[in-house]
Design a protein around this ligand. Structure first.
Ligand SMILES: Cc1ncc(COP(=O)(O)O)c(C=O)c1O
Length: 413
């Protein structure tokens, strides 16, 4: 199968906004951290499908679980008649979080963030939400205006409510820590802010961690104001940053947390959990729920998520993410520094800020030609994003890093 022919066929049926304008490839199959394209070429994968294939593609335990669950109950009736996998998954997430919590399941990260926002509104009664410059919380109409990139929302401004106040990002280099907290405290004085929503490490904004200690200071200031702290751990959750959840690294507990992506190893499921007394502010179901969806608690996805959580815990993949992250830092630091670029992030959520899109895209293209899949993201596509599967083998990690280091060096020439 030829990629150009496939691309032509795709152009006829997919929205032009979604069909790649540049050279592309079609994935045929993937196993572990390797992908084969439709022309038979093999690649090492450092994307894990936007971080979703957290335990690698088609982990044998996950495949076996999907097979058995699909033979017994593939779909249920959401909130009307629940299923065992849904119940067990919710119990498992509560145990993992380590505090008394209740949740709402859904299918995508966007939905998880939007139900988190609804929960905060119901609990506090206050409509406005503080977000940070560079944020990405999904592209549904509810969260659209929170996006750090204007192009995501500018065509829809007349259809979306602006409930967001955008605080500056306290960039590590600029010593803005106190100034940003002061801006946020001033905003609280309006008395209509119900929540502060943030990614513990900004993902699509270019893998940007907050300065050390910022999130715990922010957490204090949010609680003093009576608002809720909503952590969007859609990308950072389930071991990605070297702990099961990124909040565990900050010495805080969120009031509400949104989860998704790596939760079921590539199947679409997401969750919003809140401290139990917060979630209890939702009205009790009478005849119907005021917030639900067709695939809520889908048994196949729930069983897959339970299996993935089991694999992460049994194989201690959050710990290996931490160790592998160190390997990447050691391997790439010199080459990155020589180009005047910056390597940042935590665990296996790392980004190389190339300062401009030309260099980031060039490195990614050279890497792809040499058999390595990496993503480029950031506010102006300036960041090479590294999100390998948590269980990538040492051998593939090293081979991929060699390709990437060569690509970085070639880009500087
Ligand atoms: C931090 C964060 N929140 C929310 C989302 C939206 O998730 P989804 O694309 O599954 O709707 C993403 C997606 O990249 C994300 O990175």
């Amino acid at each position: 199968m030829n990629h150009l022919n496939l691309l032509e066929r795709l152009r006829r049926v997919e929205s032009p906004n979604l069909v790649p304008s540049h050279e592309t490839l079609f994935w045929l199959r993937a196993l572990g951290s390797e992908v084969w394209d439709a022309e038979g070429k093999k690649y090492i994968d450092f994307s894990s499908g936007f971080g979703a294939a957290s335990v690698g593609f088609s982990h044998p335990l996950l495949v076996s679980k999907i097979k058995t669950q699909s033979e017994s109950l593939i779909h249920g009736l959401g909130d009307v008649y629940s299923s065992l996998p849904k119940l067990e998954l919710m119990e498992s997430i509560e145990r993992l979080l380590g505090f008394s919590a209740k949740g709402i399941l859904s299918s995508t990260g966007t939905e998880a963030v939007e139900s988190s926002l609804k929960t905060a509104k119901i609990y506090t009664g206050k409509p406005r939400v503080i977000v940070f410059e560079g944020a990405y919380h999904g592209l549904g109409y509810g969260v659209l205006r929170s996006a750090g990139r204007k192009d995501f929302s500018e065509l829809f401004l007349d259809q979306t409510a602006d409930i967001f106040f955008r605080a500056p990002f306290p960039d590590n280099n600029k010593n803005l820590f106190d100034e940003v907290l002061a801006v946020i405290e001033k905003e609280f004085k309006r008395n209509d802010v119900g929540a502060v929503l943030l990614e513990p490490i900004q993902g699509r904004g270019g893998i940007r961690p907050f300065p050390d200690g910022f999130i715990s200071e922010l957490s204090k200031c949010v609680h003093d104001s009576g608002a809720l702290l909503i952590l969007d751990e859609v990308m950072t959750g389930f071991g990605r940053t070297g702990s099961l959840f990124a909040f565990q690294n900050e010495g805080i507990e969120p009031d509400v947390i949104a989860l998704g992506k790596g939760m079921a190893g590539g199947l679409p499921i997401s969750a919003s959990f809140a401290r139990a007394e917060i979630m209890d502010s939702w009205p009790k179901q009478e005849l119907d729920s005021i917030h639900t969806s067709t695939f809520l608690g889908n048994p196949l996805c729930s069983a897959a998520a339970l299996e993935v959580i089991g694999i992460i815990q049994k194989e201690k993949l959050h710990i290996s993410a931490r160790e592998k992250g160190k390997v990447i830092f050691d391997f790439l630091s010199d080459a990155v520094r020589e180009n005047g670029w910056t390597l940042r992030g935590r665990g296996l959520m790392l980004g190389i800020d190339c300062k401009n899109s030309r260099d980031a895209l060039r490195s990614a293209k050279i890497a792809l030609d040499n058999g390595l899949i990496i993503l480029v993201d950031g506010l102006v596509h300036e960041t090479i994003v590294l999100l390998p599967a948590l269980n990538i083998s040492d051998k593939l990690l090293k081979e991929g890093l060699e390709i990437l280091r060569d690509a970085i060096k070639q880009t500087s020439r």
